[in-house]
Write a protein that binds this ligand. Structure first.
Ligand code: DNO
Length: 355
């Protein structure tokens, strides 16, 4: 396992590479070309510049999160092949620079969804939270506006204003797309990019849907062990893998995360590890990484990663906002640094005494 942190690049992130470099045991970052819209071309020169910047800070560019997928690919629209061609060119640019991990998602219209981006906890920290009852009160066409109101001027990944402006059009595109259709479109995409992935040894790591159930009546197909298994079997090649995100899958307490890790084994290419507190069905707050702060057993999760011999990148996922930090919700420095230390501590114990 190698410990990494997500970094959104010099323009969008409040956290610097220098600070990330000072977190003991963090060897790399997971980054992206943050300004790129789904369907836009990435050039080798842009990837090279990103990589050079990260390496100049003494870190490794351990992977990309995300190269976002154009909605025509997700909906199977007429122009999808043209967009798949562009995606292949983006992967080629990454492959040429030796980047071999790409995290992406196949969620319709919205990426991750939350009803509160700064819920105050009793210790004065602020966390992201989700309550289905609150989401049910929001008109889906208004959700972008409500997220924007909460995000304090910070840009949120997956909630770019360019997409907000096209919300009605986006909903219309998915009108006839049910779970089966979405799954077929995903398999079609994965088959079509097989050549470039195999040529450059690129591992594709799909991010689970967050939360792990349909939101606003839109289909969601990456939510549990059964549909993850179905997905890796549909295109049964090592490049077709998964980002094991404990927070997304764990939003549904029925998901047994250690069991899912063991069942996916070598098809897990990337780990997002964080903790949640469940209140009732459909309602949870994000928590500190420490097991006792939430509902999840982080030692059991890290043990499962250890048992499968996981060698890829893991990143602490969303942190709480603490110590008056002002940052993109979930992506401040302090609590993610604490999370990294905690997860590295568990890992050291597993390495030394876990056999
Ligand atoms: C949220 C993230 C997601 C994730 C994408 C991957 O914090 O985990 O936005 O990066 O779904 O494409």
């Amino acid at each position: 396992m190698k410990m990494t942190l997500r970094w959104f690049g010099p323009k969008a992130d409040t956290v610097s590479l220098k600070h990330i470099r000072q977190i003991p045991g963090v060897v790399g970052v997971i980054s992206t070309l943050f300004d790129k819209q789904p369907g836009e071309l990435w050039t080798s020169a842009e990837v090279r510049a990103l990589k050079a910047e990260v390496e100049a800070a003494g870190l490794e560019l351990s992977g990309i999160e995300s190269v976002n997928i154009h909605d025509s690919i997700k909906t199977g629209a007429a122009e999808r092949d043209k967009h798949i061609e562009t995606y292949i060119k983006c992967l080629t640019a990454l492959g040429e620079e030796g980047i071999n991990l790409v995290c992406y998602n196949f969620m319709p219209v919205f990426d991750w969804t939350r009803s509160d981006l700064a819920k105050e906890r009793s210790d004065g920290s602020f966390v992201l939270s989700y309550d289905q009852a609150e989401i049910d009160k929001i008109d889906p066409l208004e959700i972008f506006a409500s997220i924007e109101k909460m995000n304090d001027g910070h840009m949120l990944p997956g909630w770019e204003p360019e997409r907000m402006a096209r919300i009605e059009e986006l909903f219309a595109m998915y009108k006839d797309v049910d779970e089966e259709k979405l799954f077929e479109n995903l398999a079609y995409f994965l088959k079509a990019i097989g050549g470039v992935c195999e040529k450059y040894g690129i591992n594709m790591a799909i991010h689970p849907d967050d939360p792990a159930w349909p939101v606003f009546g839109l289909p969601r197909i990456v939510t549990n062990q059964a549909n993850l298994q179905r997905l890796i079997s549909a295109v049964d090649k090592p490049y077709n893998g998964v980002t094991l995100c404990t927070g997304s899958l764990g939003s549904n307490p029925k998901n047994d995360i250690p069991a899912i890790i063991r069942s996916l084994g070598s098809r897990i290419h990337f780990g997002h590890v964080r903790n949640l507190i469940h209140h009732r069905e459909g309602a949870f707050d994000e928590a500190a990484h420490l097991s006792s702060d939430g509902s999840m057993d982080m030692a059991a999760i890290m043990k499962a990663f250890h048992d499968i011999g996981f060698t890829g990148p893991i990143r602490p996922d969303h942190g709480r906002m603490i110590w008056e930090e002002q940052a993109m919700p979930g992506y401040g420095l302090y609590d993610r640094a604490l999370g990294a230390q905690y997860l590295l501590g568990i890992w050291e114990a597993l390495e030394k005494y876990g056999k």
